[in-house]
Design a protein around this ligand. Structure first.
Ligand code: CO8
Length: 293
């Protein structure tokens, strides 16, 4: 059953379901929520899938601190709600996922103000979300926008997507994981070229170098991301979480420690009802009914 917190009730109504709005008034408007996500053609709810829309289309969804704070709160709410098993993030409009951190907001910062506010700490909280997150990217995913897409677990890119870390052209460097995640995703040689020149790459090049999961015609991006989310949400949620956790360790641990981590998660899942159900359903030649326990 779908549970809604008062925050969710405030923005999950018909206006959110109808699609991104052009004007963002309150901080809640900066991230639109759809719980559950609805199929854009049939309007049918997509079971266990939630949709978040970055909603500053007039600024190409530039990530200001209010938007980032709202995004993290929404992700944490979804992570804590058993009704949702997979999350899709997209940008409002067709021009951008997000064209970076808000440059106007950043322009007058000092090392002291950045240290005191430490808004980048929020990015660490995104990493702790245990449910899979899919970025549906159309148009620009630049700077912080590219970093946000990379902080998600998978990227579904439209053919019109452009990925890049142009910070160097502003006299700075990526600050929310770009030098680390891009390097892990595409290797040092490519990451050096992209970050040191600020060049953007097309969706096809991003696919070639291993940055994105799949590339689809631009107008099918959202649908393809929802379809992927629905296929993941149909899997046993505990196993999905355990798999995500183990895959994430591949970037951080030595192979022997990563294998050990995987083995422990594997053993643990044999304590779940879903493991019994999955194997019984196989033997009985019927579809499994997952409980998430
Ligand atoms: N910040 C603020 N406003 C932006 C941003 C941005 N990053 N990107 C676009 N906008 C605004 C423009 O100012 C413009 O607003 P207005 O109409 O009020 O002038 C509106 O969006 C439309 O943009 P353009 O008119 O520029 O549209 P174009 O089609 O001509 O150009 C571009 C599109 C090429 C994407 C261009 O907008 C651009 O170069 N944007 C900046 C891209 C960039 O440099 N991104 C990196 C920013 S730095 C960064 O992300 C550091 C990350 C650090 C950590 C993250 C913490 C959150």
């Amino acid at each position: 059953m779908t549970r809604k917190s008062p925050r969710q009730m405030a923005t999950a109504g018909p206006s959110a379901a109808a699609g991104p709005s052009a004007a963002a008034g309150t901080s809640a408007d900066l991230v639109l929520v759809e719980y559950p996500a609805r199929h854009p053609l049939t309007n049918e709810p997509i079971e266990h899938v939630a949709l978040l829309t970055l909603n500053r289309p007039g600024q190409l969804n530039a990530l200001n601190s209010l938007l980032m704070a709202e995004l993290v709160v929404r992700l944490q709410e979804l992570d804590a709600d058993d009704a949702y098993r997979c999350i899709v993030i997209r940008g409002a409009g067709e021009r951008a996922f997000a064209a970076g951190a808000d440059i106007r907001e950043m322009a007058d910062q000092t090392p002291v103000s950045l240290t005191l506010v430490d808004s980048f700490a929020r990015w660490g909280l995104i990493r702790r979300i245990r449910k899979p997150i899919i970025a549906a990217v159309r148009g620009f995913a630049l700077g912080g926008g590219c970093e946000l897409a990379m902080a998600c677990d998978m990227i579904v890119a439209g053919e019109d997507a452009q990925f890049g870390q142009p910070e160097i052209r502003l006299g700075i460097i990526p600050g929310a994981g770009g030098t680390q995640r891009l390097t892990r995703a595409v290797g040092k040689a490519k990451a050096m070229e992209l970050i040191l020149t600020g060049r953007s790459i097309s969706a096809r090049e991003a696919e070639r170098v291993g940055l994105v999961t799949t590339v689809v015609p631009a107008e099918e991006t959202f649908l393809a991301a929802l379809d992927l989310a629905a296929r993941i949400a149909a899997q046993p949620p505990l196993a999905v979480m355990a798999a995500k956790e183990a895959i994430d360790r591949a970037d951080e641990l030595a192979l022997s420690a990563g294998l050990e981590f995987e083995r422990r998660n594997f053993f643990l899942l044999f304590a779940s009802e879903d493991q019994k159900e999955g194997m019984a359903a196989f033997a009985e030649k019927r579809p499994p009914r997952w409980k998430g326990r």
